[in-house]
Design a binder for this molecule. Structure first.
Ligand SMILES: *Cc1c(COP(=O)(O)O)cnc(C)c1O
Length: 381
C-alpha cells in the first residue's frame, strides 16, 4: 500500500500560473505580489489590521517582539509545549524566556500558570494556539490588561481560528503571527505574516524586515522618479517575503476556508472512527468557535497496554506518516542546560508528550485514508 504522508500541501493550477506570472514579470523579490498578498490578507482578517509579510513566522515573532520594545532585562512568558521558535525569539531580542505549563485539556498555555509567573520584569505573554484550537484568549487578555503586559500570539497553527466569535488576528492582542511553512493550513513554501492594529508596530516591522531601510523597496522601485537614495535607520534584518512566494499565498488565501472545512471534516471522521478506542481524542474548540485543525493529536490513556513509541512505530510500519507535537522545550538540551528546564516543572506537558501522536490531517485526505489510519490504530491499541 502506498505511504500516507503526515502532511501534504494542496497547490493548484492557480498558484502555479501566478508563480509563472511572477517569474516572467522580471520582478521576483518583494514587489507588487507581496503588496497584493498583504492587502488581501488584511482584508481577509478585517478589524482594521495591517499585515506585514515575512519569509517566516519565526521572523515575524522576532520582529514583533522588537517592535513591541522588548529587550534585555525584560521577561516574556510562554509555553513549554510548542515549537522552539516561539521561545527562541525571546532570546533573540535579549529578553529572558519564562516557560510555563499547559492546560491538560486544551494543550494550550495555562492561564493560572501565566499569572503565577508574572514578576515586576514581565513585559509580554506569547500564547500559542495549539493545533489550531484557540488558547484561552479572553482570560489571557484580562490577565495582560490587569498587569499592563503586551500579548503576542503565535498563530502558526491558527488560520482561520476564532476565539469568542472573533478571528485570531483581530483579538485584543498587540500582534499576531501566522506561518506559511509547507505543512501549515496554507503555504507559501516558507513565509509568515505579522498582523497588528498598532501602526507603529507595523511600521517598525516593515523597516526591520529589510536591513533597517527607512523606506521599503516597494516605494524605492515602484516610484516613477529617479530613486536611488535610501537611509538606514536601524540595524535591521533580512526577512522580506519574495513575490514568487507571495504568488502562491495569494491563491492559497482564497482557499483557506475551504481547506479548513475539509480539515474539520477529517477531524470529524477521526472522532467517529476512534470513539470506542482507549484514546483521548483531539481537543475541540469551545462551542461556537472555529478550530483550524492544523493538527489532530490523540493521546494514549493512562493504563494503556502499549506505549506511544510502539504505536508510532506500528503506524509507520503500516505506511502511515505521523509525528509528535511537541517534543516540549524542557526535553531539548539547549532549553534544559541553558534555561534550567526540567520535566518535573511541567507535569501536564510531560504527560501529554509521553502519550501524544499527531495523525495525518490535510485537505487531500479521503474518508478511506482516515479509515486506514483508524484500522491501523485499532490493531495497535
Ligand atoms: C511552524 C511554527 C513556527 C515557525 O514557523 P516558520 O514559518 O517555519 O518560521 C512557530 N511556531 C509554531 C507553533 C509553529 O508550529
Amino acid at each position: 500500500m502506498s505511504f500516507l504522508p503526515f502532511a501534504l500541501p494542496d497547490i493548484g493550477e492557480e498558484e502555479i500560473a501566478e508563480v509563472v506570472d511572477a517569474l516572467r514579470s522580471g520582478w521576483i523579490t518583494s514587489g507588487p505580489k507581496v503588496l497584493q498578498f498583504e492587502r488581501d490578507f488584511a482584508a481577509c482578517m478585517g478589524g482594521g489590521v495591517e499585515a506585514v509579510a515575512l519569509n517566516s513566522a519565526t521572523a515575524g515573532l522576532h520582529l514583533a517582539l522588537d517592535a513591541m520594545g522588548i529587550g534585555p532585562g525584560d521577561e516574556v512568558i510562554t509555553t513549554t509545549h510548542t515549537f522552539t521558535a516561539t521561545a527562541q525569539v525571546i532570546c533573540h531580542v535579549g529578553a529572558r524566556p519564562v516557560i510555563v505549563d499547559i492546560d491538560p485539556e486544551t494543550l494550550c498555555i495555562d492561564v493560572a500558570a501565566v499569572e503565577a509567573a508574572i514578576t515586576p520584569s514581565t513585559r509580554a505573554i506569547i500564547p500559542m494556539h495549539f493545533g489550531g484550537r484557540a488558547a484561552e484568549m479572553p482570560s489571557l487578555l484580562d490577565v495582560a490588561r490587569k498587569h499592563g503586559l503586551q500579548v503576542l500570539e503565535d498563530a502558526a497553527h491558527a488560520l482561520p481560528t476564532t476565539s469568542a466569535g472573533q478571528l485570531v488576528g483581530t483579538l485584543g492582542s498587540d500582534a499576531t503571527v501566522f506561518s506559511f511553512y509547507a505543512n501549515k493550513t496554507m503555504t507559501t513554501g516558507e513565509g509568515g505574516m505579522l498582523v497588528t492594529r498598532n501602526p507603529a508596530i507595523a511600521e517598525r516591522a516593515r523597516i526591520m524586515r529589510l536591513h533597517g531601510l527607512s523606506r521599503d523597496a516597494f516605494d524605492r522601485y515602484n516610484s516613477e522618479k529617479a530613486n536611488w537614495q535610501y537611509e538606514i535607520v536601524a540595524p535591521g534584518h533580512k526577512c522580506n517575503l519574495t513575490d514568487v512566494a507571495a504568488a502562491i499565498g495569494i491563491h492559497q488565501l482564497r482557499k483557506v476556508d475551504a481547506f479548513r472545512n475539509q480539515r474539520a471534516r477529517i477531524a470529524a471522521w477521526y472522532d467517529k472512527a476512534l470513539a470506542d478506542l482507549p484514546l483521548t481524542l483531539a481537543p475541540h474548540a469551545l462551542p461556537g468557535d472555529r478550530h483550524a485543525w492544523h493538527l489532530y493529536v490523540i493521546r494514549l490513556q493512562s493504563g494503556a497496554r502499549t506505549t506511544r513509541d510502539d504505536v508510532l512505530n506500528g503506524l509507520f510500519r503500516a505506511g502511515i506518516g505521523c509525528s509528535v507535537h511537541y517534543i516540549p522545550l524542557h526535553q531539548h538540551r539547549y532549553w534544559r542546560e541553558t534555561h534550567g528546564l526540567t520535566a518535573q516543572m511541567f507535569p501536564h506537558s510531560q504527560q501529554a508528550y509521553e502519550r501524544s501522536i499527531s495523525l495525518p490531517i490535510y485537505p487531500r485526505m479521503t474518508e478511506s485514508d482516515v479509515g486506514r489510519v483508524a484500522a491501523a490504530l485499532r490493531a495497535l491499541v
